[in-house]
Ligand binder design. Structure first.
Ligand code: ACO
Length: 332
């Protein structure tokens, strides 16, 4: 029986730090409002000409490769989670494949927003379990600062999101009770329009025009309170689903890495699952919500900080636009 183990993790964030105070120069908001509602203190914004979604993913991947003691040529497949690809098409997976100089290997883009990394991990895990591939690079990378508007009109979203990337190398193993124990993924399209960026989509004859820009229709929209309500229900549900599937309990979790949506959501999950502070890892305070990048970015930082040891039970869970949600349980 084959399983996937996490052989290496890495992350990369752009250099430019944007504090809450900096945002107050562009919109009516305050450090207190942002911290109270989201826990965020600062985030990173990309620099045009320096950072790209595929380039940031490559930077994160190189660190993961080094930590795994692997070379790029060991990679059999790329699974790339992002809602902000370099181009509308092709996806960023092929661009990452080009940067890493891996001609011929398959590259798959996953578009599941905040649950993108969990979906990507799940897809990669199936390819490894089936024996198709031995080593798969799974990345989440986002540039979101340029789809938000730093204005009063865009402030409900622009204070939350940031840019960054994280990468994980999955490798085939036959070791018992090691690596990914299970993944669980779900969707409910009923709420597709509650958190979305409509344009430039294919529904209208003109994908975008000046009028849409003036009306603010080229900005993402979010029904924040509805997202919050669903998130705090789905997160605990899908974490319990993973634990039940493996006959484990919340007390067995050594580290929960929730998608960094909002610190208040993470605190709610922690409380509802009765987890101690040392069982949960958050870094949204420094990076904001980096969507598909948030889990591998947090995983990599948790690893660097020595919060994950051999044999630990690590649970990752996410919820986001779609709505889509999922979890993964890993024995490190
Ligand atoms: N600064 C100051 N005031 C603001 C800001 C801002 N950045 N944004 C909105 N406001 C104002 C609103 O205009 C409103 O003013 P009004 O009362 O005069 O109309 C007031 O603050 C309250 O707005 P609400 O939207 O009701 O604020 P709420 O308390 O719900 O907080 C938030 C908004 C933080 C988005 C909250 O709903 C939330 O956390 N939702 C969860 C969504 C989330 O976390 N999304 C992350 C992405 S999705 C994901 O990753 C799962």
């Amino acid at each position: 029986m084959f399983h996937s183990k996490i052989a290496g993790v890495g992350h990369y964030v752009p250099e430019m730090v944007v504090t809450n105070e900096e945002l107050t120069k562009h919109m009516e908001t305050s450090d207190a409002w942002i911290q109270e509602r989201t826990g965020i203190k600062e985030r990173r914004f990309f620099k045009e000409g320096v950072d790209t979604v595929s380039g940031m993913a490559a930077n994160a991947a190189k660190i993961a490769l080094q930590r795994a003691g692997l070379e790029a040529r060991d990679i059999d497949m790329i699974v790339f989670a992002t809602l902000s690809p370099d181009y509308s098409f092709p996806g960023s997976g092929v661009l990452l494949q080009r940067i890493l100089d891996l001609p011929g290997i398959p590259a798959l883009d996953i578009r599941q927003q905040c649950a993108g990394f969990i979906y990507a991990l799940s897809v990669a895990d199936q390819f490894i379990k089936s024996g198709t591939y031995k080593t798969i690079l799974v990345v989440g990378s986002e540039i979101q600062s340029n789809i938000m508007e730093l204005s009063n009109r865009g402030r409900n979203m622009s204070v939350i999101f940031g840019d960054g990337a994280g990468a994980v190398l999955l490798q085939q193993t036959t070791e018992h009770n090691k690596g990914i124990l299970s993944t669980h993924i779900h969707a409910d399209g009923t709420f597709a329009e509650e958190l979305m960026l409509e344009h430039p989509g294919s529904k209208r004859k003109e994908r975008f025009n000046k009028e849409m820009a003036e009306k603010g229709e080229l900005l993402p929209v979010m029904n924040g309170q509805l997202v919050f309500k669903h998130a705090v229900q789905r997160f605990p549900e899908v974490i319990k689903e993973a634990l039940d599937a493996n006959s484990l309990n919340t007390s067995d979790i050594d580290l929960l890495i929730p998608h960094q949506a909002n610190l208040r959501i993470a605190e709610y999950i922690q409380k509802s699952l009765k987890l101690r502070d040392d069982q949960v890892f958050n870094n949204i305070q420094k990076y904001g919500n980096t969507t598909a990048a948030s889990i591998p970015l947090a995983l990599s930082e948790a690893f660097e900080e020595g919060r994950i040891k051999e044999g630990d039970l690590v649970c990752m869970a996410a919820f986001g636009s779609g709505f889509v949600w999922g979890s993964a349980l890993v024995r490190w």
